[in-house]
Write a protein that binds this ligand. Structure first.
Ligand SMILES: [Fe+2]
Ligand SMILES: [Fe+2]
Length: 285
């Protein structure tokens, strides 16, 4: 194998892991580089990714495409700042991106995209709304809508939709992930995994035709779900023989610590400022 196939740089996350004066925020933004292309996955909460990218020496004007994992504010809130820096580019998202996502913590409020589609388009977002999987770069797939197969992945009961003044369960049809095909297996890149981590992994296998899963990075949303879902998901992850697990963001610190204990050196903390070249080439010594 000739070196890394995918590079992932965490530009924005809840926590900061370097001494470069980065900003932390409740959000997630990662830059994915593969096959000579640079794809930004989510934009964090308030635009920290721009200053953080500057501090890290990442030129956001060279990003080829933006993919949005779902319509929550903590993944889309940096779009205005990013588009002002980048200008016009393709933006991949599910058609339900602008659904009226709401949450009940610490009080009931709207937690969807904080901008209108019109404003974002005027800033250069060239929206490509996708429901089915699409390979946007050779070997890099946007998942499309994730089929719900498991019975135990019931999600976070504090999240809901508001339609015509009525509260209803949020099915998160818009929740999408990235699937990267490498010679050593799939690298699965998560936003918040609202569709369920096991559903997402199984869909990745179906879409790409590759069953081996090399690694997973991103928000698992495992912290806020039921103990039953946590246990079943962890059992599933343990039989995957993962080589890399970097659960961050909405995983929550207690669950990240639990996973670190269970997975040992396979687990990596992934705060803002961290970067990974995958598959990891083991030294011979
Ligand atoms: Fe999130
Ligand atoms: Fe979310």
């Amino acid at each position: 194998m000739d070196g890394p196939v995918v590079k992932i740089a965490v530009l924005s996350e809840n926590t900061v892991g370097t001494t470069l004066g980065l900003c932390g925020e409740w959000g997630l933004s990662m830059l994915v580089e593969t096959a000579g292309k640079r794809v930004l996955f989510d934009t964090g909460e308030q635009g920290c990714l721009v200053a953080n990218a500057d501090a890290l020496g990442v030129d956001l004007r060279t990003v080829d495409a933006l993919v949005l994992s779902h319509g929550h504010y903590d993944h889309t809130g940096g779009m205005r700042a990013f588009l002002r820096r980048r200008g016009r580019l393709p933006v991949y998202a599910h058609p339900d991106l602008f659904a009226s996502h709401c949450g009940s913590l610490p009080h009931e409020h709207y937690i969807g995209v904080p901008f209108s589609a019109e404003e974002l388009s005027s800033l250069g977002a060239d929206f490509h709304f996708v429901r089915t999987a699409v390979e946007i770069v050779p070997g890099l797939w946007v998942s499309g809508e994730i089929p719900r197969k498991t019975v135990f992945e019931k999600g976070d009961p504090r999240l809901y939709l508001k339609k015509d003044g009525q509260k209803m369960p949020d099915s998160f049809a818009d929740d999408m992930s990235l699937y990267c095909v490498t010679p050593q297996g799939l690298v699965i890149i998560l936003g918040c995994a609202h569709a369920g981590l096991v559903n997402i992994v199984e869909h990745a296998r179906a879409v790409t035709g590759m069953s081996r899963v090399y690694g997973i990075i991103g928000g698992t949303h495992l912290g806020p779900v039921s103990a039953e879902q946590q246990a079943a998901t962890i059992a599933y992850l343990q039989q995957l023989d993962l080589q890399f697990l970097a659960a961050n963001h909405c995983t929550g610190l207690p669950m990240a610590a639990r996973l670190a204990g269970l997975f040992g050196s396979v687990f990596r903390f992934a705060p803002a400022g961290s970067a990974f070249a995958l598959p990891i080439v083991q030294s011979q010594s």
